[in-house]
Design a binder for this molecule. Structure first.
Ligand code: FUB
Ligand code: ZN
Length: 602
């Protein structure tokens, strides 16, 4: 399967066009401004000294790198001199401050000189990985190779220290990222040294006793260092680290035709999706280690579900789709992009969640009034920047390059994976999608390609119609070549979802989805959420909301009345009511509020 990259695709309207416009006009500048306020941009002047404010953090390089990568994706579609100049200034600083042997790192140059490559947990290779991704994106957008060349010089050093001399204090990085970046660099330059280096880091993981020792009390599973990669079959440890690693494993499986790696990736992916993923596509059941825990452990209120983890799942899923051509991977991308990822950003595009809980109970947030311990709970309102601000620039790069996920090509067919109003043109042939998705299920596809068109039937969809004959194979319906006008109508009526009974937290509860969108109830619409139970077979009504650019849902429900008694042997009185449900991605945009995705069923 060949992916058709975002630069060849125009997103022309609808839900995602609006999101990309906000990303381009508001978010990219807001993130830059907050990175300036907090000293991240200035740090690249390399003037910081002990005692000054804004001490560089070990992965500030990566924050700016992800910002550059995002800006490069934006420039690729909308040339913008101001953004380009900002990038050029940072590259100037990198060039001026790169060590003569190629090394470049803010923290180890300014704060701990002489200690480079001594601490596996300190993110040097992670930062380099993000710089590489940024440089590749910038080269692809502008044709300028100065940034890539600087980093290749750094990579000459990395190859010497890690592969030839084995002189660093560790062999594999504590936070994966460089591996997938090296695959991108190999794809861009064709230089097999970078492929070999990627394979070196992958093959060594889980084989080096020193790298498997306990770091800061964490188990080797935390950084997926417990086993060689071909023997890893379960998703473990820190979720972002994990999915960046699994993405690189999938890259390697494809590039090297490595069946063992492919098998490991398939097993891990299924483990995530069938046992460890929130209905929103969020990953990470615990803030401790920002990590996967055990199967079916999916607490709602204390969910970690870091925005970066959701994005990293999309990266892994996309590579698995390219590797296998199976629609289930695109299903997961759809789930995560409409839910777990964009919940991380406010509707106005300037503030962010790091953790994305599936429930907010404000009483628990105020519990310290009565008792002092209190479970650690995610914040209830988005913030413009964090001390650890990895998520905002991950969002900007994901949204700017969203076109990557729409179409793919394999032999005789063009694949339509995501229903986003867009067009792709190559060699005088084109395919376009027109749709109001996800507020409506109608998708019109026009193709002049001399190929069949394969359209994904989403796993959530039990009913659809198509305007022309098709054949079904796996998760796709195929329209013969020569069929140029296709209209598919997916039934996106609201439906009830229940959890596997082993998910303790969700027993007796349901979640409502419509098409790919997961819904939630907020106190701001429904008053006190306590005592509210959705009817067993609820009536749903749907109305379009301009605020959310998709629908809200009203569902029939009952409200139990407080009669002043704490306990009773008889059922409390109840009255019929209507529950208002909004898209989960839009929660916490109207002030602090209780919120629930999983709702009690009467
Ligand atoms: O450690 C770098 C990034 O910060 C991780 O990927 C996130 O989970 C956050 O810890
Ligand atoms: Zn993050």
């Amino acid at each position: 399967m060949r992916s058709i990259t975002f630069d060849k695709i125009n997103i022309t309207g609808g839900f995602w066009k609006a999101r990309q416009e906000i990303n381009r006009s508001a978010t990219i500048n807001a993130v830059w401004n907050r990175f300036s306020d907090t000293g991240r941009v200035k740090a690249f002047d390399f003037k910081w000294k002990e005692g000054d404010d804004c001490k560089p953090h070990i992965f500030w390089d990566s924050d700016i790198a992800k910002w550059i990568e995002s800006a490069a994706y934006i420039i690729a579609k909308n040339p913008d001199k101001e953004l380009e100049n900002k990038i050029e200034r940072i590259i100037d600083r990198i060039e001026e401050n790169q060590h003569t042997d190629g090394y470049f790192n803010l923290y180890y140059t300014l704060c701990e000189p002489g200690k480079r490559f001594t601490d596996r947990t300190c993110h040097e290779l992670y930062c380099l990985g993000h710089l590489i991704e940024a440089a590749v994106a910038y080269y692809n957008a502008t044709g300028k190779d100065r940034f890539i060349n600087l980093l290749c010089k750094y990579l000459d050093l990395v190859e010497k220290v890690f592969v030839k001399e084995n002189s660093a204090a560790f062999v594999t990085p504590g936070h994966e990222e460089i591996e997938l970046a090296l695959f991108k660099l190999y794809g861009c330059t064709g230089n097999e040294r970078w492929l070999d280096l990627a394979m070196f880091f992958l093959n060594m993981r889980g084989t080096v006793p020193h790298d498997q020792s306990l770091y800061e009390g964490t188990h080797p599973k935390y950084s997926q260092s417990h086993l060689p990669v071909r023997e890893q079959f379960e998703a473990v440890g820190h979720c972002v680290r994990a999915c960046y690693l699994y993405s690189a494993m999938a890259d390697a499986a494809l590039t090297m035709k490595d069946e063992k790696l492919k098998y490991a990736c398939e097993r891990i992916f299924d483990d995530i999706v069938n046992k460890k993923m929130y209905i929103t596509g969020g990953l990470g059941s615990s803030h401790k280690g920002e990590s996967f825990t055990v199967s079916y452990d999916l607490p709602n209120e204390t969910a970690y579900a870091e925005t970066c983890a959701a994005i990293s799942l999309a990266f892994f899923a996309q590579r698995m789709f390219i590797l296998t051509g199976e629609s289930k991977y695109a299903d997961v991308i759809e789930r995560v992009m409409y839910n777990g990822i964009i919940a991380g950003i406010s509707l106005d595009g300037i503030s962010f969640f790091y953790e994305n809980p599936l429930e907010i109970n404000l009483i628990n947030h105020n519990r310290h009034i009565c008792v002092s311990n209190g479970e650690r709970l995610p914040i209830t309102q988005r913030k413009e920047v964090f001390d650890c601000s990895c998520c905002p620039p991950n969002l900007t790069r994901f949204v700017a390059s969203l076109g990557d996920y729409i179409f793919a090509e394999n032999g005789d067919a063009i694949y339509v994976n995501q229903f986003i109003e867009s067009e792709y043109e190559e060699n005088g042939q084109s395919i376009s999608i027109r749709t109001e998705y996800p507020s409506q299920g109608t998708v019109e596809i026009k193709s002049s390609f001399d190929k069949a068109v394969a359209v994904r039937i989403p796993s959530w969809c039990s009913r659809f119609t198509a305007s022309v004959p098709y054949t079904r194979k796996g998760g796709y319906i195929f329209f013969d070549k020569g069929i140029s006008d296709i209209i598919i109508i997916f039934d996106i009526s609201p439906v009830i979802n229940v959890s596997n009974p082993l998910v303790w937290e969700n027993a007796g509860k349901c979640a409502i989805t419509a098409g790919p969108v997961v819904y939630c109830a907020e106190g701001v619409d429904n008053g006190d959420l306590r005592g509210l139970f959705i009817k067993h077979n609820p009536n749903f009504t749907v109305e379009y909301s301009e605020l959310y650019k998709t629908n809200i849902i009203k569902a029939s429900a009952v409200k139990y009345k407080d009669n002043g008694q704490l306990y009773s042997t008889r059922e409390f009185e109840k009255e019929n009511t209507e529950l208002t449900l909004i898209p989960y991605f839009a929660f916490a945009n109207r002030g602090e509020s209780d919120m629930k995705v999983w709702i009690n069923v009467e």
